[in-house]
Design a protein around this ligand. Structure first.
Ligand code: PPS
Length: 300
C-alpha cells in the first residue's frame, strides 16, 4: 500500500475549487485572480475561448499555422502552452502560468482561456480584441472532460462516470457548459467573436480553416489551407510533440489513464452514455437549452 501511495501523486496535487462570481475554478487561479483582473490586452491580441475540451488545442494549432503562413518549423518552436499561453492558469512552473508567460511577450499574442464570457477581463473588450470561440456538443464534451480529469492530476478527482455526468449537468470546474456556450453565442453579433463548432471542423476542416483565416484578415491560398489541414489532423497532431502536450511531466498528466489527444471524434459519447443516462441527459439538456437555438450536432 505504501508503494501504491508513492505512485499516486494525485493525492498530493489535485486542486480544490474556489468560486469567482459563482463560477468554481481551480483554487490557485482564484488565489491569483487579481493578476487576471489587472491583465492588459493589446488590440492585436487574439483570444481563443472554449469550455474545456471543446477543441482548443486544435484551433490553437490552426491559428498559429495561419499566422505563420504554414511554416511547420515555426509552429514547432515551442509547446502549445508556451506559444499560446493559458490566460488564467497559474502553477509553480512559470511556463505553465499564463500571465507570467504573457507578460514576457509582445503583441500580437494568441491567448487561450476557458473563462465564461462574464469573467473575460474587460481589457479584451476595451482593446477590441478578436475572439474565436469553439463549442463542442455537450455529450462528447463531457466524455472528453471525464477522461481529461482522470489523466490531469491537477484537476479535481472526477470520480465514477455516472456521478461525473451529474456534476457536469449541474456545472463543474469552469462552470456550466450550458451557460458557457450560451454566453458567447448571445454576444457573437455585438462583439468581434467568431463562433465555431468542433463538429464542423471535423466535417469540413478546410472550410473552417478558411473562415478562421478570413476572420484573422489573412490571405491564405487554397494550397496553404490544404497544407494546414494536413498538419492539423488528429493523427498529425498526436505525433507532434509541440502540439500533443507530451512535454508536460507524468506527475501532472498521467498518460496511462488517458492520452491528451484521446480520440478526437464526434459521437464517442455513444460508447459512454447508457440509454437511461441519455434519456435523463436529454430531458435536462432540452430544458437548459430551451431559450436558445444553437445548432449543435451529436453525430456526423
Ligand atoms: S483543453 O485541455 O481544454 O485545452 O482541451 P481541448 O484541446 O479543448 O480538447 C481536447 C479534445 O480535442 C481533441 N483534439 C482533436 N480532435 C480532432 N482533431 C484534432 N486535430 C484534435 N486535436 C485535439 C482531443 O483529442 C480531445 O478530445 P477527445 O474526445 O478527448 O479525444
Amino acid at each position: 500500500m505504501a508503494n501504491n501511495d508513492q505512485t499516486k501523486p494525485e493525492l498530493r496535487t489535485r486542486s480544490s475549487l474556489k468560486e469567482i462570481q459563482g463560477i468554481p475554478l481551480l483554487e490557485p487561479i482564484v488565489t491569483n485572480w487579481d493578476r487576471v483582473e489587472k491583465f492588459k490586452a493589446f488590440p492585436e491580441d487574439l483570444l481563443i475561448a472554449t469550455y474545456p475540451k471543446a477543441g482548443t488545442t486544435w484551433t490553437q494549432e490552426i491559428v498559429d499555422l495561419i499566422l505563420n503562413h504554414g511554416d511547420a518549423d515555426q509552429a514547432r518552436r515551442a509547446p502549445t502552452h508556451v506559444r499560446m499561453p493559458f490566460l488564467e492558469m497559474t502553477a509553480p512552473n512559470p511556463t505553465l502560468s499564463g500571465i507570467t508567460q504573457l507578460e514576457k511577450m509582445g503583441p500580437p499574442r494568441v491567448i487561450k482561456t476557458h473563462l465564461p464570457i462574464q469573467l473575460v477581463p474587460k481589457t479584451f473588450w476595451d482593446a477590441g480584441c478578436k475572439i474565436i470561440y469553439v463549442a463542442r456538443n455537450a455529450k462528447d464534451n463531457v466524455v472528453s472532460y471525464f477522461h481529461f480529469d482522470r489523466m490531469n492530476l491537477v484537476q479535481p478527482e472526477p470520480g465514477p462516470w455516472p456521478q461525473y455526468l451529474h456534476k457536469f449537468m449541474k456545472g463543474q470546474w469552469w462552470g456550466s457548459w450550458y451557460e458557457h456556450v450560451k454566453g458567447y453565442w448571445r454576444e457573437r453579433e455585438n462583439k468581434p467573436i467568431l463562433y465555431l463548432f468542433f463538429e464542423d471542423m471535423k466535417k469540413d476542416p478546410a472550410k473552417e480553416i478558411r473562415r478562421i483565416s478570413e476572420f484573422l484578415g489573412q490571405n491564405t491560398s487554397d494550397q496553404l489551407i490544404d497544407n494546414i489541414m494536413q498538419m492539423t489532423t488528429f493523427a498529425a497532431m498526436r505525433e507532434n510533440p509541440m502540439a500533443n502536450y507530451s512535454t508536460i511531466p507524468e506527475t501532472i498528466f498521467d498518460r496511462q489513464a488517458s492520452e491528451f489527444l484521446r480520440k478526437g471524434e464526434v459521437g464517442d459519447w455513444k460508447n459512454h452514455f447508457s440509454s437511461q443516462e441519455n434519456k435523463v441527459f436529454e430531458e435536462h439538456y432540452n430544458t437548459m437549452m430551451a431559450d436558445v437555438d444553437i445548432p449543435f450536432c451529436f453525430s456526423v
